[in-house]
Design a protein around this ligand. Sequence first.
Ligand code: ADP
Ligand code: MG
Length: 632
Amino acid sequence: MSNHTPSPGTEERKEFQTEIRQLLDLVVNSLYTNREIFLRELISNAADACEKVRYMALTSPTLRPASGDLGVEITINEQDHILTISDNGVGMTREELIENLGTIAHSGSKSFLSYLSEHQEQAPDLSLIGQFGVGFYSAFMVATKVVIQTLSADSQADACCWTSEGLGSYTLSAGTREERGTSIEIHLKEDAFDLGKADKIKQIINKYSNFVPYPVSVNGDKVNTVEAIWVKNKNEISGEEYDEFYKFYTGAYDDPLGRLHFSSDAPLSLHALLYMPGSNMERFGFSRIERGVNLFCKKVLIQEKSETILPEWMRFVRGVIDCEDLPLNISRETLQDSTLLQKLNRVVASRLLKYWEEQARDEKTTYEEFWKEFGIFLKEGAATDIVNRADLLKLLRFESSITEPGELTSLDEYVDRMTDSQKNIYFVSGPTRASIEQGPYLEIFRESHMEVLYTYQAIDDYVLMNVGSYRDKPLQSVDQDSGDLPDLGPEKSPQMDDTTATQLTTWLKEVFQDKVKDVRVSKRLVDSPAVLLSMGGSHSMNRLFQSMNEASGIGFPGNAFGDILEINANHDVIQGIERLRAAEDPFATTAAGQLLVSAQMAAGLHVDPRLLSAGLNDLLARAVQTPSHEAS
Ligand code: ADP
Ligand code: MG
């Protein structure tokens, strides 16, 4: 069948979509390590095709039947250096060939290209290709030509043949396949002839495709071991087997960060084998990773990538949940809102939370490694999952004013360190540790030796504000005006007489008009001339609103609730502005304007760059006018 020549007129040449062409260009032309993974990708597609048809057969009686049991057969023609990977799975219609292997919907190729350009090495490692949903194209790492013969399970469809040399185009023609399924013929490149040997192929299958749930044979010999290891006893499985199963099951190339394997009889009879992946794929240009836990009943797949089996924020978890209490003939629709599934969800979610809690206690470094990769999901959970919130709060980690950079602390540890006089748990937000520590907000806390948690992401503030308190201690953002903050005490209080202070603050309020709600003398500043406090949410929340307003074209409105500018009456800048004001020097207004802009920037708020640069030019003009003997 490999030498089939389509009759003239039925053959049609088609171009690959641009991104696929770029991907193929890379795949075909460079030198790679790990080229053998192409086999894993093709076997996994063949097994997927078997799984699809098995599932379809449950509901659709009119499928084109297959002759034997579902499985994958590899035949090797050592003489001509041709490998054929054949399955009796779902097959493809002509339209499906075009759609799946040539034209549309392969957003994964784009993500994969950008992933590769981010990881530019001399010989790029393409082994992650399968995770980006474009695994099929890896065939062109080793092939000069790929010929697909396929006959769809749809009994109306005709056999079809797809051929490509991995350049810009492929051809479609009438196919010769008489049985349902797909055969993929790989004509090996000369430098890949070593892959055309049965022993080598068996070795590769054992390495990558051992747990494929359908038999895989090479020239007639069955190679893989099919086993549902999640129903086995923990002590019968080695760490290596666990990792191997994970890689097969998820298509991942790296080891998992951790796993939880347990069985229970009550309240539900279940086996679960769950993994924390080695890396967070949402960071590689994927907007949202798919769910990764499949639901089985007595080793039979019931629901793939179940949306209901775990809380949404646990979508990074991969693995298997096998529940014997599920009725086998349950339909997809009833599965969505079954109370049994909700029960399952609660049982498994709380086991996972307990697992992380124990890990955080007993294996701190491992937990922190996990936290760095997946902490963002736990934060999402703390913000959205009311049922599990209390357990999630214990798992949150932060840097703080007393930790070393990179060292983390928990809310419990913070509370344990609080002195009797401290009422609140304080936190401050900023993009980095350095920017937080250089800003004006920490000054009073440094003076009074109080710990402040550092939050680097808007979601941290969102969570902490929503939660409100932890172990009865109110959570308070240090850039908020509400609540009680420590102050400097009488001995360091401002050295400006009350009349002057009132005159200055009244004047500043006139200058700023509606840009701030109030101006007052601060009891919390040491080194900075001024600080902006928020009357509503924290500045980082306001920043979020600002971004939304900007995106919707409203512009740069300030905080909807209003800000308060506090000034440091002891600071040279403030005293200088006061002298200019008293002398009725118009430059006082320019200087005051810049004071506010600086405070807004220290708050991390967006400042209109045109206003900023106009103000800076005025300051510059003044500075260059001043003779150096006067300035000193
Ligand atoms: P993925 O497997 O992640 O979807 P691939 O690039 O490996 O991405 O495959 C693309 C698509 O081509 C598959 O989703 C499937 O629809 C189709 N396909 C590939 N191989 C086969 C096969 N042996 N039988 C049926 N369909 C297949
Ligand atoms: Mg695939």
